[in-house]
Design a binder for this molecule. Structure first.
Ligand code: ATP
Ligand code: MG
Length: 555
């Protein structure tokens, strides 16, 4: 363990350990429902559950809470497993709530036998209507006092497919006047003639989440069941089931969801973005899904760092998406190799450089990392530079190119601008300069001092590439809780595709998802579809960093 003070979850667990609860054994779980791809909120839960186990020498199970056959798919199961592995975590065992259907059914029978559950003929709407309000007691169903034998028979008939969807439910018999609405005879089982992604057509009754989750924890003997705050009011119900069924008492502890501004973290809404085509898929680099962030160039370390920095809160809060960007910049600054790419190209002609010569310059891969080595980069008479690195009428303190001004071309020479060519409409089509042969990087004896350093790509060897420039997907801080539909806040300019960019030749070897810093432009990664003859790079984040100061202040 490091020397940070314990957060409240760690405090609870270390207290349980010092009280010798479960003989000091710690088993947590991450329990996703396979009804979508994981998002950054889930990453928090993953880091938390696996992290707590690591801290206390325990283990973590992966359990799919697959009790709702209609929305669940094997595709989601596979993506969830890939994402957790990619984040760097290894689960102890892989389980499915559906593995426990038989056992959960037996638990239900046990409650019926104890007179603690009954089959109700009321419809879901009628049940809801009779439930009362938080200040007003509910009314008992006319079927509440069915004899045990009849309940057993009806429940068996439900299982055997005698009834249609919604015709009957199984309810716990607790307290219709409880101030906690979840204890007013909650539904335990509903009828659904639906194909399940694992159990096929074996079942036509499915347990409600509230009758499956706590029991699944108990079956696996999970010691600490960490969940988000909305389940706090369900805890008395979970405890009631545990007591009546006399099963393993997992300890549920709640923490607050961290909401991230300009971001949606609801699988249902993310699914809507995908199915309605607002984004290109679950792994669209604008998505806050783990797979989207991966394709955007986020690294596992940067996501873990973010989850660590936001910490654990007891109250819901809003986290600045800038912190997430800060975390990936920190990581990529240390670990991403530097390359040169020009996104808005204009020709630069070095008039005093020989026509037929190509020099191979040595360029450092990453000065932040002494082990990153170097690469060779061609230099020649005809180069590409950024069009906005030249102006005919420079303002004061302009450290780029303008007639008479000098700059260093990164890893190459100091050049002095001599002018430009224009087309008939007065648009600049090429910039001219002379180079200083004795100013080569690393062996500069020119004595010329310049303020500006510019990137470039040698034109003859330049690789054409496509660059995807991503911006925030939403235009408002909290798209999910504004008055209008969240879709109305989509940013129409969240993706700008540049098809005429030029990359230095070593980028032909860029592997899908490999990350880079493109000098002066930002951090980028090769897209999953990028190929040597069809390079595509996604901008992860710009270089500009407004968060560094904030974080320094708080450190
Ligand atoms: P969503 O609302 O996006 O569908 P969910 O909670 O229904 O999320 P699950 O698959 O049930 O999705 O979540 C698996 C685990 O991840 C749960 O323990 C849940 O509490 C946790 N989790 C989900 N979203 C967040 C979040 N924003 N912050 C922290 N934990 C989260
Ligand atoms: Mg859930």
């Amino acid at each position: 363990m490091n020397d940070k003070p314990l957060n409240f979850l760690e405090e609870i667990i270390s207290e349980d350990i010092s009280n010798d609860k479960h003989a000091g054994r710690i088993l947590t779980r991450f329990p996703p429902e396979p009804n979508g791809y994981l998002h950054i909120g889930h990453a928090k839960s993953i880091c938390l559950n696996f992290g707590l186990a690591q801290t206390f020498n325990g283990k973590t199970n992966l359990r799919f809470d697959d009790t709702n056959p209609i929305t669940e798919k094997t595709e989601y199961v596979e993506s969830i497993k890939a994402d957790i592995r990619w984040l760097g975590f290894v689960w102890e065992a892989e389980y499915y709530a559906s593995d426990y259907f038989e056992q959960l059914h037996d638990f239900a029978v046990k409650l019926i036998t104890k007179g603690l559950a009954y089959v109700d003929d009321l419809s879901a709407e009628e049940i809801a209507r009779l439930k009362g309000t938080p200040t007003e007691a509910g009314l008992p169903s006319p079927f509440r006092n069915r004899p045990i034998a009849e309940n057993l028979e009806l429940f068996a008939a439900m299982r055997n497919g005698i009834y249609a969807d919604g015709e009957k439910t199984l309810r716990a018999k607790i307290d219709m006047a409880s101030p906690n609405m979840h204890l007013r005879d909650p539904i335990m089982y509903r009828i659904k003639h639906a194909h399940h992604h694992r159990t096929g057509n074996k079942w036509c009754i499915y347990p409600m989440y509230d009758f499956a989750h706590g029991q699944s924890d108990a079956i696996e003997k999970i010691t600490h069941s960490i969940c988000t705050l909305e389940f706090e009011v369900h805890r008395p119900l979970y405890n009631w089931f545990i007591e009546q069924l006399e099963i393993f008492p997992s300890r549920q502890i709640e923490f607050a969801r961290g909401n991230i501004n300009y971001t949606i973290t609801s699988k249902r809404k993310l699914l809507q973005l995908v199915t309605e085509g607002h984004v290109a898929g679950w792994d669209d680099p604008r998505m806050p899904t783990i797979s989207g962030m991966r394709r955007r160039g986020y690294t596992p370390a940067s996501i873990r760092d973010f989850c660590d920095r936001i910490g654990i809160a007891r109250r819901e809060n809003m986290i600045d998406v800038g912190l997430l960007e800060f975390c990936v910049r920190e990581d990529l600054n240390k670990n991403a190799q530097r390359r040169m790419v020009v996104v808005n190209p204009i020709k630069l002609i070095i008039d005093n450089y020989p026509d037929d010569t190509t020099e191979m310059l040595t360029a450092e891969n990453n000065t932040e990392d002494p082990n990153a080595g170097s690469r060779l980069m061609p230099f020649s008479k005809n180069l590409w530079i950024e069009a906005d690195d030249f102006t005919e009428n420079p303002p004061k303190k302009y450290f780029r190119l303008a007639p008479g001004l000098s700059v260093r071309l990164k890893s190459a020479y100091i050049i002095t601008c001599t002018g430009c060519d224009k087309d008939e409409n007065g648009n600049v089509i090429a910039v001219h300069a002379n180079y200083h042969p004795n100013s080569k990087s690393g062996q500069d004896t020119s004595g010329i001092s310049v303020k500006g350093v510019m990137h470039f790509v040698s034109a003859a060897q330049a690789l054409p590439c496509t660059i995807n420039l991503y911006e925030r997907l939403f235009q408002v801080e909290n798209p999910a809780s504004e008055a209008a539909d969240f879709l109305s806040y989509l940013n129409p300019d969240s993706l700008k595709v540049i098809t005429n960019a030029f990359a230095e030749p070593v980028l032909a070897d860029a592997q899908p998802l490999q990350t880079f810093q493109f000098l002066r432009l930002g951090y980028f990664c090769a897209d999953t579809l990028s190929k040597p003859n069809q390079l595509i790079f996604n901008r992860t984040v710009t270089l500009k960093d407004t968060w560094a100061k904030e974080v320094k202040k708080s450190n």
